[in-house]
Design a protein around this ligand. Sequence first.
Ligand code: F6R
Length: 258
Amino acid sequence: MRVIINEDATRVAIEAANLIINLIKRKPNCVLGLATGSTPIELYRLLVDAFSNGEISFSSVSTFNLDEYYDMTPGHHQSYRYFMDQHLFSKVDIKPENTFLPECSGKQSAEEVAKQYEMEIKRRGGIDLQLLGIGENGHIGFNEPGSSLASRTRLKTLTPNTLEANSRLFEDGEFQPTLAMTMGVGTIMDAKQVLILATGTNKSEAIGNMLLGSITSACPASILQMHPHVTAVIDRDASIDIENSDYFELSESNRRKL
Ligand code: F6R
């Protein structure tokens, strides 16, 4: 796994944005897997800047988000569709029909929505680059600890830890969904390339386990050790639990010299 340790969250966003900008330049009709949450917000701002400067266009790009809360009314301000519109989709030239989230109303069959989602990813040629954040408990997407490492898109129950971590985004007394549709670990592993971001000391244990822990569903991100093309871009705070972080820094510095 390529590990890039940056001084701070701003550098993490710049590094990650450059990887995505280069991919879009190389393959204008690429398929991006996207994440929500606090971590990628600055990265999305930089992608919007790159679009505004005329550096890249999203006109042929397709996107598939990792997850969406179950049974959200369309346009709900807590939905991940709303988040993506606010931070990226409404600010670039992406075609709305090329943006996908695993949206499922309570009236639909979650199995059917999940099956269609997987089929649409395949129909578009698979995900070229999957962007990920990581939960404090090592989740990727909403694949909580205990998720099958071969899982596909499905409905999941969020853990108390995830609900607590995300409660900061909800007003006091506001309904917080406890179920979400998420790509499976297997779906994520099918992406041609994975870019995982982490910032802050609260992510350091999960990052340590992801990189050098056993491959176990107790830390779903640990399965990324089996993926041939993963780049982890993290800040120094998120690196403190990596046993041999010096080695990763040396390795990255050599890579840049060669
Ligand atoms: C978001 C997602 C989650 C987040 C993770 C980190 O679509 O699938 O796995 O990436 O919970 O969230 P933040 O970035 O808010 O710390």
